[in-house]
Design a protein around this ligand. Sequence first.
Ligand SMILES: [Ca+2]
Length: 408
Amino acid sequence: MKNLTLLLAGSALSAVLIAGSALAQTAGQPAETRRPNAQNQTPAFTGQTRAPQPAEMPKISHEVVADGLPHLWAMEFLPDGRMLVTAKEGVMHIISEEGEAGPEIDGVPEVLSGGQGGLLDVALAPDFATSGMIFFSFSEDREDGNGTSVASAKLVPDDQGGGRLENVNVIFRQMPSYDGNKHFGSRLVFGPSNELYVTVGERSDPEPRVQAQDLGSGLGKVFRIDMNGKALPDNPFVDQDGAQPEIWSLGHRNLQSATLDGQGRLWTVEHGPRGGDELNRPEPGKNYGWPEVTYGIEYSGSPVGEGITRNAETEQPVYYWDPVIAPSGMAYYDADAIPEWKGAFLVGGLVSQGVVVVHMDGDRVAYEERVPLDARIRDVKVGPDGAVYAVTEQRGGGESTILRLTKG
Ligand SMILES: [Ca+2]
């Protein structure tokens, strides 16, 4: 009896501790303990949401490696170990290995930085070491509205820690334009054959968002293009009348996380509706459902469309989050410094204020782990040292920092 009393007291204590925090740090239990927003929805298969935490969770510490930065959106490591960053307002900087930001890079084109727009992602060309070529996405002001565009340029560093862009060339425009300030995406990822994946959004409002299902529209898609912005000849819709040939997959909402896995395959995490963020491995020509088939509910609380979470014509997400993490930035961990994370995806969480570690078993999620950082995480990268670098932002646009996460 005494033992039972102790046991009950222990359980009550755990329950209180868990209730006091959104995250439970107990192996085998899901990290997320809050009620889902979509109370009546159920996953299509075991492990599609709220996967358990792994038995081995490394102790992670973090330090600020750079601060006092403008509102950053993306970061890439240069071959020399420095970091190239984009800031939403439309500037780029090179940050030294000591964490000092150089002067603004000259020649960055005007961007539309209101709302969710701005200078967005940056990617180094696969041959950057010899060509100096970079690719970047941005919200572009246009005569008939605005939209996400992709430009290429040659980055020419100077010896003051800055540099300039030469031969800036807009190679791709998401069409149609729309007069709004939401859901521009975007991320840029080069595949193993130098193909460039471009993720975008569906512009959020009721009128444009349905175009995520329309192959004649570039809203709510993943594109696959060459370095001149042209559709690749083996894209899935190149021979279909009325379809945009650059489309790789459709039915997406707002994609701000993308990376390749160890096999060179594209994975994405997208901002879903309230309770519907999702991890996908976009395959050519496949339909990922939005806004007709989705988990979650509208931010107003009403169902999304007919409230359908599955049908035969659309792909189920590999994984979904309800409540949302608000994903931005993503990396595949293939380094040795944090062995427990080998083969996992690291996803930045704006609302979840940390890094979400998604451990895979084949193409399914086995475990989910959270690293709380008390800051909105806009981008995540693995450094040449095997540490994880997380870019923070402040809502409303205060200063950003870059954090370095290490084991121990
Ligand atoms: Ca979906």
